[in-house]
Write a protein that binds this ligand. Structure first.
Ligand SMILES: [Zn+2]
Length: 285
């Protein structure tokens, strides 16, 4: 069961909380649906647009079966694209199970070679799948089922290339559909946030996935001032050992006026953009 908790009318800033209940069903083909899957500590985001399906990260190894089940529950039969933002186990651990369960056409990577053994296992699964691998840097634009998907970080080699820290090299994707803008930037921290904030894609966001699970080294005042999110989603495990999200990050989001959803408290967070309406539904009301 999904409970619609929050709706935003783009352009007017008007919001209501209708509390209406929806059943689980495949995404409507004429909407953009961004599903922040509750994978405990980690990230896994399913994007459904125009009948196509894209997955950004797949949680830890332990979360693999949940991610596969979630995709099936949303009507996914194959993935048109799979993004591994960066090599950390809480992002790529579950992806080999996803590659086993679904045909995957294309895999998007930053090209950062600093990896873990978990990342090595993922790369072997990609090779076995025979998927096309695309190195993804800022400026790359894709059409994801009628939604514009633009990579806005990490920088291309012509702009200095990769950052020293793997988190900052998270493949960061800005989705644009009509007037809605949604930013998904993995575990990007201050240096990558600065690059994005000072670049050509800054501007108000409808939804921002909070970087690095709400760590204090991300969600800088600069990022918030340049992107001004209406809705912020934190993908985080309950009682995680890292103290995510930190009180400081939550305070900065509050000061910025963002409506915050978090997977540890709300379960799956499902954002539907249709025409000029944005609805947020959760599975743990
Ligand atoms: Zn992470």
């Amino acid at each position: 069961m999904l409970l619609v908790l929050f709706a935003l009318l783009l352009g007017t800033g008007c919001s209501v909380a209708p509390g209406k209940t929806l059943g689980e069903h495949p995404a409507p083909a004429d909407a953009l649906v961004v599903n922040f899957i509750d994978v405990g500590q980690g990230d896994a985001t399913l994007i459904q647009s125009g009948g196509k399906n894209y997955l950004i990260d797949g949680g830890r190894y332990e979360a693999g079966p949940e991610v596969v089940d979630f995709l099936r529950s949303r009507g996914v039969q194959k993935l048109d694209g799979l993004v591994a933002t960066h090599p950390d186990a809480d992002h790529v651990g579950g992806l080999p199970q996803v590659l086993d369960a679904f045909d995957v056409s294309t895999v998007y990577l930053s090209g950062d070679t600093k990896g873990t053994s978990t990342f090595g296992t993922f790369l072997r699964s990609v090779r076995d799948e025979g998927a096309r691998v695309v190195q993804s840097r800022a400026g790359m634009r894709m059409d994801w089922g009628g939604t514009d998907a633009t990579v806005i970080s990490p920088p291309p080699d012509s702009e200095g290339g990769l950052f020293p820290e793997p988190n900052d090299n998270s493949v960061s994707i800005l989705l644009t559909r009509g007037t809605a803008r949604i930013l998904l930037s993995g575990d990007a921290e201050a240096p990558a946030e600065r690059y994005m904030s000072l670049g050509p894609y800054a501007g108000p966001l409808t939804v921002m996935k909070v970087n690095h699970h709400g760590s204090n080294t991300s969600t800088t005042p600069l990022l918030l001032s340049r992107f001004r999110p209406s809705i912020a989603v934190i993908s985080v495990g309950a009682d995680n050992p890292y103290g995510h999200p930190t009180p400081q990050t939550l305070r900065r989001l509050k000061v910025a006026g963002a409506k915050v959803f978090r997977t540890d408290e709300d379960g799956d967070v499902i954002v539907t953009v249709k025409d000029d309406d944005v609805e947020v539904a959760v599975t743990k009301p």
